[in-house]
Design a protein around this ligand. Sequence first.
Ligand SMILES: [Zn+2]
Length: 429
Amino acid sequence: MILLKNVSIKGENIKDVLIQDQVIKQISEPNSINIEKAEVIDLTGKVLLPGLVDLHTHLREPGREDSETVESGSKAAAAGGFTAVHAMANTLPVADTAGVVEQVWNLGQQIGLVDVIPVGAVTIGLNGEQLAELSAMAHSKANVKIFSDDGKCVHDPVLMRRALEYVKAFGGVIAQHAQEPRLTQNAQMNESLLSGQLGLVGWPSVAEESIVARDVLLAEHVDSKLHICHASTAGTVEIIKWAKDKGIKVTAEVTPHHLLLTEDSCRSYDARFKVNPPLRNKNDLLALQEALASGVIDIVATDHAPHPAEDKEGEWNQSAFGMTGLETALSVVVTVMMKDKKMNWADIARVMSENPAKIAQLEQHGRPIKEGEIANLCVIDPNVEWKVNANQTHSLSRNNPFDGMTLKSKVIHTIHKGKFTFKSGEIVS
Ligand SMILES: [Zn+2]
């Protein structure tokens, strides 16, 4: 039994919360619960949120265990306040069969720090040529609901249409990495004046927006569910708003790095800032922040993409795309979105827990903090300011773009199914 005392529930009412047998047993006024056997933790001044849910995590196992494993990624997730993460399909082998998704699912369950939910590939080998065994993955033990070729775009419109049609039978969602391949050949950073100055091949906004526009129309045409991964441009926001106003079943995510960083970071030629889609300009950043606050963009997803040092320390053009983010996500979002009161704690819970759980159709995550609910929770110290040190991480990789920055608020405890997985800054195995 755990008794959380004097904690502010989503930044509002201050209560005592008793957790027993995986469940929130009782929520009462402060100092009204007296149970001798309980482990008592005083959380005066701290905020209790539902455990965070990430719809977009690269755990790299199987195949690239030098960058991350399900275990190291689960630790990083727990340290970031997450109780569920979705493992992207671009592993080696690709998660395009029931066998691979069940392997990832089993690993996550054995480690037990967070629920690791596999994302299934849309096409075999992410090759964009033939649909993968979507139904077999959906009906496997891993119960896959989200399918994505992330890292690559499902660029063939016929295949995209077929995938959207196919997953309707079992309530699936196609999550698109929107990148028109012909418009982004060898692209290295946002296409702009700056990319010209730096001599790097540009990745134009239209390469994202043209796919988003096409796909919302396809989703409308076949009346199926589309999710847009890592929206990065003001134009994408406009298209999503238009589609939602029309009643098209589209949801969208933004990453912490696209909320805080711009292409200006690329001036350093430091490949920590190389990411796909690329960091954009100030206008895009403000549009994304506004869209997250207003609900046009539904969720924050980390796109945690670990890479070993040798893949990130060479020349820009040869370096890998991607940034880590599980351990800094909450702090970045709070730093950006709670400044000027664009969002409050209930909004943070909505975009980092409740909405992602809804899109993924998870029954035990993103739930209200109420008696009888499964205790998937995280506790945040809203008053702390801390300096990110990329070397202090549970991830096997160090490619965090926020290294050296000062962020506001920090996750201090995570509770998964009624047990601490992260407590006072330490992983509890
Ligand atoms: Zn992607």
